[in-house]
Design a protein around this ligand. Structure first.
Ligand SMILES: [Zn+2]
Ligand SMILES: [Zn+2]
Ligand SMILES: [Zn+2]
Length: 303
C-alpha cells in the first residue's frame, strides 16, 4: 500500500540514501500550491511554502534512516509522496534499536522548533519582515506545519511514529509479537477514530490518510498474529541465532534454494534431504538475518 521505487524517480542521493519522488506528488503539489496562492501577495511564496513542507518531511525521514544505520540496521531509500515521506528502514530486531530508529524522526521536528522560533524572532527584531507580509506569513506557516507534523506523527496509531514508539516500549515487557499485537489493536481503534473525524469534518484528505493508516495497521496486525504463532512453536534449544539469540523452531519451515523442498536444516546439518544441496546460509525465522549455520551456537549436529 505504500509508495515504492516503482512509479517514482530519484531526486538525489545523500549518505548513500536514495531520495525518490512519487509521480502522484506532482499532481497533489500543483493542487496544494493552488490552494495556498490566496494566502500570499506573490504566488512564489505558496510554492516555497509547499517545498519547505517537504524539506521538513525529508529531514524527518533522514532522522529515521540515519538513526537506523547508527544501531546497525539498513536504510537505503526514502520515498516522498503526497501523504509525506516513507523511510524504508530495517532496524535490528531489538526493542532499543527499533525505538531509536523510530523516535529519531519526530526528534528532528522537536529540534526544528527552536530553530524556526529563532528565525521567526530574528526576522521580527531586525525588522526584516516589516512591509514584507509574505515573509511573515511564510514563517508562521512553516512553524505551524512543523508543529502539526510532530503532533500528528506522535498519535499512537500504528504505523504512525507514535504507534511504533508505543510498540517498541511495550516490546520490553511483552515481547516482540504481543507488543505488536497490542500496538496494532490500539492502532486499528485509532484508525477508525480518524475515519470518524474525516466524516465529521467532511475531509477527503483525512479520509485518504485514515485509509492508508488502517490498511498498514491491518497488515501489521496479521504479521503480529504470525509472529505469535511462530513464538509458540516448539524450539531446538541447542542452537541460537547469532543475531537475535532465538532458538530455531523444530520442523520443516525452510525451503531449499535449489529444489524448493521444505526441510529442517538444523536436523540435517544444513543439507537438503531431497536434493543433497548444502545450504550456505540459514535464515532466522525470528529476525530474518541470514548467517552460515556454523555461526549458530551448537554448530553442526550429525544427520
Ligand atoms: Zn516518521
Ligand atoms: Zn534471529
Ligand atoms: Zn533441495
Amino acid at each position: 500500500m505504500l509508495p515504492t521505487q516503482q512509479g517514482s524517480f530519484r531526486l538525489f542521493r545523500l549518505f548513500g540514501i536514495d531520495v525518490h519522488l512519487h509521480w502522484s506528488w506532482l499532481i497533489v503539489a500543483m493542487y496544494s500550491v493552488s490552494t495556498r496562492v490566496g494566502n500570499y501577495a506573490s504566488p512564489l511564496w505558496a510554492l516555497l511554502e509547499y517545498l519547505t513542507l517537504f524539506l521538513v518531511v525529508t529531514l524527518h525521514e533522514f532522522g529515521h534512516a540515519l538513526a537506523c544505520r547508527q544501531v546497525g540496521g539498513s536504510a537505503k531509500q526514502i520515498v516522498l509522496w503526497p501523504l509525506g515521506g516513507v523511510a524504508y528502514v530495517a532496524p535490528p530486531s531489538r526493542p532499543g534499536a527499533t525505538l531509536w530508529s523510530i523516535a529519531a524522526g519526530p526528534l528532528v521536528n522537536v529540534a526544528l522548533i527552536p530553530v524556526l522560533a529563532g528565525l521567526f524572532w530574528g526576522v521580527a527584531v531586525t525588522g526584516l519582515a516589516d512591509g514584507h507580509q509574505d515573509a511573515h506569513r511564510f514563517m508562521r506557516a512553516i512553524t505551524w506545519m512543523n508543529l502539526s507534523l510532530l503532533i500528528f506523527n506522535l498519535l499512537p496509531v500504528y504505523p504512525l511514529d507514535g504507534g511504533q514508539i508505543l510498540r517498541s516500549l511495550l516490546w520490553y515487557p511483552l515481547g516482540r509479537a504481543r507488543s505488536l499485537l497490542v500496538a496494532t489493536g490500539i492502532g486499528l481503534a485509532g484508525g477508525v477514530g480518524i475515519v470518524g473525524l474525516a466524516v465529521w469534518w467532511q475531509s477527503w484528505w483525512i479520509g485518504i490518510m485514515a485509509f492508508f493508516l488502517l490498511s498498514g495497521c491491518w497488515s501489521s496486525f496479521k504479521q503480529a498474529q504470525g509472529l505469535r504463532r511462530l513464538e509458540q512453536l516448539p524450539r531446538r534449544p541447542e542452537f541460537r541465532c547469532p543475531e537475535c539469540h532465538a532458538a530455531p523452531p523444530i520442523g520443516s519451515y525452510w525451503l531449499c534454494p535449489a529444489c524448493r523442498g521444505a526441510f529442517d536444516p538444523f536436523a540435517t546439518s544444513a543439507v537438503c534431504p531431497h536434493c543433497r544441496t548444502a545450504l550456505d546460509l540459514t535464515t532466522c525465522p525470528d529476525c530474518g538475518s541470514t548467517r552460515p549455520q556454523r555461526s549458530w551456537d551448537g554448530s553442526i549436529v550429525d544427520a
